[in-house]
Design a protein around this ligand. Structure first.
Ligand code: AHR
Length: 512
């Protein structure tokens, strides 16, 4: 009965284990939407060793560094082409008082990070350190402002400190602290998770606070703020409805948080030890973000049919149990090939909706949740998720090419449906087409036919990310167990390409 319903609902659907050839039909002539580079955004919170130890070790550290930033991490992040970095939280943002993080480092007060393990921090990484890092990486800063426990005046002065040119008291203070020119700060979050750690507010109350706080965040000297209201968690459509109704006229964006997580109470499951069924369930849960964003976007369409306001998915990714032996509250987790699939499938979905989704920020950049990078003392490893972001960065600012996909599907626990192939395509300014493909199946090679319409293919090259086992991960002793290799199994045909993908593999092709 279940299979019959599925067949009716999706004409291309085959029930579990039925066989059909995977076909991707790309429509290059329909490409019009640019994939904003900000879809590949990152998030760095004062949480565990994300900032201290991960990005920042201080100038006096024995770990090689450039002005206090880890050299190895800096180099890895440059290769990633990070477009935007969100900071200082997360939950931390609503307890952060920025004035404690400026001026001579030795004079800065210490603070307790109450949200994350009660760790004492010395405030040595503050506004200057963050904004200078963004300049070094060539990325946009995304400042998350304190609404939960901070005042309107405090947030207004922070904006003035960072962006006003001259004459103002805060510009004077900034200059005394060694920075003559203001920074360019575009993205400003007004609170974070205001329904929870950001103040436990009701949407009506937060809407009013949002309107009030954002009023005093000024555009100084040509710096144009893109103001982002603290949005819903997952399935809280009521929050989006109320905020859009009451405050749409005052915002440029509204956020959404969606984690691939088993649930918020009890064990979230091991990052590295899981069954095949757990794996497919994870992909089903991660793909559910498509329904979730569609429902939030439908609400936004009611109040903003012109699509002026962006949906900013400024926290997403996997959330597993903390690694045994690590500090509770620091959210340090390993990252396997399964996490790489969560990244590729989610990015494929985001590409489809960039008429509304203008930024996303995976949580987080180092040593926390679904990280790009893990560090231990002076060692660093790149995770499978890093490799997906690096392979996929060819899609940044390219034109999205719509496609149709036919493939086998699987039904997993909780009635989730998992297509066994995922794909996305784009064309860059030089006319080069990139096609990203994921063969989700744990056992089956996929012979994928790719139709490219009128495009005449001259050459095709590619890279592949795979491993012997789906729970494979990189370690400090063996950092390259999961890392990209050259891919040679794409052949040119008269209509496009024929691609032979091994089980559990992710491929990015370059077509000229
Ligand atoms: O990313 C970790 C935490 O998850 C963030 O601080 C918070 O916003 C969310 O609940």
């Amino acid at each position: 009965m279940k299979n019959a319903i599925l067949s009716l609902a999706f004409c291309a659907v085959m029930p579990v284990f039925a066989q059909q050839k995977a076909t991707v039909t790309i429509h290059p002539e329909q490409g019009k939407q640019i994939i904003p580079k900000e879809i590949y955004g990152q998030f760095a919170e004062h949480l565990g060793t994300c900032i201290y130890g991960g990005l920042w070790v201080g100038e006096d550290s024995s770990i090689p560094n450039v002005k206090g930033y880890r050299t190895d991490v800096l180099e890895a992040l440059k290769k990633l082409k990070v477009p935007v970095l969100r900071w200082p939280g997360g939950c931390f943002a609503d307890e952060y008082h920025w004035m404690d993080g400026i001026g001579p480092r030795e004079k800065r007060p210490r603070m307790v990070n109450n949200n994350w393990g009660g760790t004492v921090e010395d405030n040595s990484f503050g506004t200057h350190e963050f904004l200078d890092l963004c300049e070094m990486l060539g990325c946009e800063p995304y400042i998350s402002g304190n609404v939960g426990s901070g005042t309107v005046e405090e947030l207004a002065k922070w904006v003035e400190y960072m962006t006003s040119e001259q004459g103002s008291p805060m510009a004077k203070l900034r200059k005394e602290n060694g920075r003559e020119k203001p920074w360019k700060v575009k993205y400003l979050g007004v609170g974070n998770e205001s329904w929870g750690c950001g103040g436990n507010m009701l949407p009506e109350y937060y809407s009013d606070l949002y309107r009030r706080y954002q009023t005093y965040c000024r555009n100084y000297n040509g710096n144009q703020l893109f103001k982002i209201a603290s949005g819903a968690s997952d399935y809280d459509y009521h929050w989006t409805e109320v905020l859009m109704q009451k405050a749409a006229g005052h915002m440029s964006g509204i956020s959404l948080h969606y984690y691939t997580v088993l649930g918020w109470s009890g064990s979230k499951g091991s990052a590295t030890q899981f069954s095949d069924e757990d794996y497919y369930w994870t992909l089903g849960k991660c793909r559910e973000i498509e329904d979730v964003v569609k429902r939030h976007m439908a609400i936004m369409d009611k109040y903003d049919p012109q699509k002026r306001i962006g949906l900013m998915v400024d926290e997403w990714g996997t959330w597993w149990d903390e690694e045994p032996g690590t500090i509770p509250g620091h959210l340090y987790q390993q990252n396997t090939l399964r996490d790489a699939f969560v990244a590729s499938l989610t990015l494929d979905i985001f590409h489809k909706y960039t008429d509304r989704i203008k930024m996303t920020n995976i949580a987080q950049i180092a040593n926390v949740l679904q990280s790009m990078i893990l560090t231990k003392d002076d060692k660093m490893i790149l995770t499978p998720t890093y490799h997906v972001f690096e392979m996929y960065n060819v899609h940044q600012n390219a034109t999205y090419l719509p496609l149709d996909l036919q493939c086998n599907r699987m039904i997993v626990r909780d009635d989730r449906i998992v297509p066994l192939v995922s794909a996305t395509a784009s064309r860059n300014q030089e006319g080069v087409i990139h096609i990203s493909l994921s063969n989700v199946s744990l056992d089956e090679t996929e012979d994928i036919t790719i139709n490219l319409g009128d495009v005449k293919v001259g050459t095709v090259t590619g890279r592949i990310l795979t491993a012997d086992k789906i729970d494979a991960y990189n370690t400090f002793d063996q950092p390259d167990i999961v890392s990209p290799k050259n891919f040679k199994d794409a052949k040119i045909t008269k209509d496009g390409l024929q691609v032979k993908m091994p089980a559990k593999s992710i491929v990015v092709l370059e077509v000229k």
